[in-house]
Design a protein around this ligand. Sequence first.
Ligand code: GUN
Ligand code: ZN
Length: 439
Amino acid sequence: MTAPTASRVALRGDLLDFTAAPAWGDVEPAGLRFRPDHWLLVEDGRIVGAQPGDQPPGDDWQRHDYRGRLILPGFIDTHVHSPQLDVIASYGTELLDWLATHTFPAEARYAEAAIAHEGAARFLDALLAHGTTSAVAFPTVHKVSVDALFEAAAARGMRLAAGKILMDRNAPPELVDDVENAERECTELIDRWHGVDRLAYAVTVRFAPTSTPEQLAMAGRLVARHAGVYMQTHLAENRAEVQWVHELFPEARSYLDVYARHGLLNERSVFAHGIWLDEADRAALAGAGAQIAHSPSSNLFLGSGLFDWRANLDAGVAVSLASDVGGGTSLSMLRTMADAYKIQALRGERLTAWVALHAATRGAAHALQLGSEIGSLEAGAEADLCVWDVAVGPVARQRDGLARSLHARLFAWMTLGDDRNLVDAWVAGVRRTPLAQDA
Ligand code: GUN
Ligand code: ZN
């Protein structure tokens, strides 16, 4: 008999993932793959197959029995700000005031190495505790905050895209820098981190109002020079913001056009929000293969607007889901999906659990050009997995017991669940059991 090795792991539970995008409104889509009571086999950090629960793998596999629980790909949060955990749930303002009053002062503290390192560790542990195994994240303008976040992600084996925030106007002096210094620091960071382990650099323009045209041009140069880097920014989130962009860039057709003119619109662009867009913008996004990181919790909390998911879908724009903490009020992608449902309800639309779950897993992975790596339980994919209790507590258990279909069950999970439902998180085949939240 061979002793089990850490590199061969088998997880038993109800496997759920997608092989294709579910259609809007379809509660029994063909691309949904549900394999109740199966073993998921993981070797050297990658999924190698699955087999029925009554056919256990041999003794050379380390076996984990999660019978009765769901096993899903880890969630992907495509837009979140690591230092903004410090200002989550701050009272009383819309976007532009919120930035000035709460957010910029919090980000200024990340100039200090100790704060940046502690903050990065706290942030990534919290992501894992909420079932999120990958993220596209904003640290701050400070180089040390980027190093700290990448180091902490590498230590946890996580797939992460991030980059130094670019701002050179309309922000406090301690958070702006000049084009030359920013270009040098970004180039150093790209050389140090891009493509190392599971890390990717994202050229990170905060948003058009805090960059001069010269800085945007520099960001475009970085994107053009360094193959494979992402570009992340905010787009058309709030009406006052959109008006400000028109005043600052009168030559541009639209807010999106400001980015397009500077070489920042391509298939690796991640635009948070995209609420106040028109058909021409959506056609440009779809044509470029760019994605919208829809951030429903943030949009509700900051009173930004009701995202038209349907219009983006119809235009062929990839829509992923994001917490946008600290504009968003929870790192939980389940809470995020529940908020997304409510936004669509206010628009007279219905968001199925499948469209929401797909956007947070396979959909996000594909939009990030990582469809063969993360977001599914396909053989060959990296084993970023989360194990979930469908129902926690008497109310959810009662509701679960009365659910008459898989969609009804998972919709109730998505609507009632949060980090308390997470049983275990696995990152590249390694169990990263979240610490108790109050530890
Ligand atoms: N626009 C520019 N910066 C930010 C930010 O930090 N959060 C949100 N939600 N919108 C922004
Ligand atoms: Zn944001």
